[in-house]
Design a protein around this ligand. Structure first.
Ligand code: IPM
Ligand code: MN
Length: 368
């Protein structure tokens, strides 16, 4: 029997509730597929911070490094000033554990939950590969003359050749492997004749950010043309990308972009796939400790009511199993989530699902 050590950070607000359901489903899948998951809980988050003034002790980072995977609920507390927990816990983990990819699938399971007119599950099925360690998120910059009329605030976007290349390579590999090598539906006859199977779109802003995205664009073409002739290369400016997400989401297969743009477009992506109740992501270090999370926040106003949708956390659990190489178990969870989304739930929004948080977990388990 295969066994994995998993670190669990339930976090703040409704985080512990959704993580409880994710663990319930993971345990059911483990039983069915003959796996063993050993969980170690960590109480990082707003409560701990208020008691101890500690966000993330170095000793905890050292421990977390040893796990192949971490499951995270949500970080964010209404009584803690914005930025402290986000930077001190979530971003610090992403950086210190070198989780340089933020992988965010955007997949619509049922057209009832899409806010776009006439879009069906086959139209919304793409993946955003967001760079997760650089760009505007490094904290590079500062103030000059702060608090005076002459004050200056500078926030710099950091783009290293190494950081950009490893992200782009990951995205090409992902695009190549997606759908088990079956060609993506959006390819033209000419693309297919040329041996293309997938499409990777670079999302940038080459018309204004002429340093950062110049580097991105050159690296994208150099790597793509030389190493991935089977993948079709495409480009969209970030503003146009948000337009296409609404107008023609079926044009996307895999998208690669920087940290800030990836943050923004994946909130829109989450909405067109049915909302924060279903959207999951992975912070990936292909060689190290990777962390999986529902992409929504801690939703403090719903804490303890049993009304929050746990499907996003359950999908994060499935992504974690997939990352660990447990493809079948991951797929079984995803299929079960898809089935109950199509056949049972009234809405994906908190309080409107027609079931409580734990009943949702039970439904997924029953379908497994
Ligand atoms: C996300 C979140 C975080 C981010 C915040 C909470 C720091 O919005 O995971 O998308 O900006 O990356
Ligand atoms: Mn975000």
């Amino acid at each position: 029997m295969k066994s994995y050590n998993i670190a669990v950070i339930p976090g703040d607000g409704t985080g512990p509730e959704v993580i409880g359901e994710a663990v319930k489903v993971l345990d059911a899948a483990s039983q069915k597929f003959n796996l063993k998951l050993n969980y170690t809980h960590y109480d990082l988050g707003g409560e701990r911070y208020m008691k101890t003034k500690e966000t993330l002790p170095d000793s905890v980072i050292a421990e977390l490094r040893k796990f192949p995977a971490i499951l995270l609920g949500a970080i964010g507390h209404p009584q803690v000033k914005p930025g402290i927990l986000e930077k001190g816990i979530l971003l610090r983990l992403r950086f210190e554990l070198e989780q340089y990819i933020n992988l965010r699938p955007v997949k619509l399971y049922d057209e009832r939950f899409c806010p776009l007119k006439d879009k069906k599950p086959e139209d919304i099925d793409f993946v955003v590969v967001r760079e997760n360690n650089e760009g505007l998120y490094t904290g590079s910059g500062g103030f000059v003359f702060k608090g005076t009329p002459n004050e200056v605030a500078i926030q710099e976007s950091v783009n290293t050749r190494r950081g950009v290349e490893r992200c782009i390579r990951y995205a090409f590999e992902y695009a190549r492997a997606r759908r088990g090598g079956k060609p993506w539906k959006g390819l033209s006859a000419a693309d297919l004749a040329a041996g293309k199977k997938s499409q990777l779109t670079l999302c940038g802003k080459t018309n204004v950010l002429t340093f950062a995205f110049d580097l991105w664009e050159r690296a994208f073409h150099e790597i793509g043309e030389k190493e991935y002739p089977d993948v079709k290369l495409a480009y969209a400016h970030v503003d146009a990308t948000t337009m296409w997400f609404v107008k023609n989401p079926e044009w996307f297969d895999v998208i690669v972009t920087d940290n800030m743009f990836g943050d923004i477009i994946t909130d829109l992506g989450a909405m067109i796939q049915g909302g924060m109740g279903i959207a999951a992501g992975g912070n990936i270090n292909p060689q190290g400790a990777s962390m999986f999370e529902p992409i929504g926040g801690s939703a403090p106003k719903y804490t303890g009511q049993g009304v929050i949708n746990p499907l996003a956390a359950i999908c994060a659990g499935a992504m974690m199993l997939d990352f660990l190489g447990e493809r079948k178990a991951a797929h079984a969870i995803e299929t079960s989530v898809m089935k109950i989304t199509r056949e049972k739930v009234k809405s994906l929004a908190a309080g409107k699902m027609g079931y409580s948080t734990s009943q949702m977990g039970d439904l997924v388990v029953a379908n497994l």
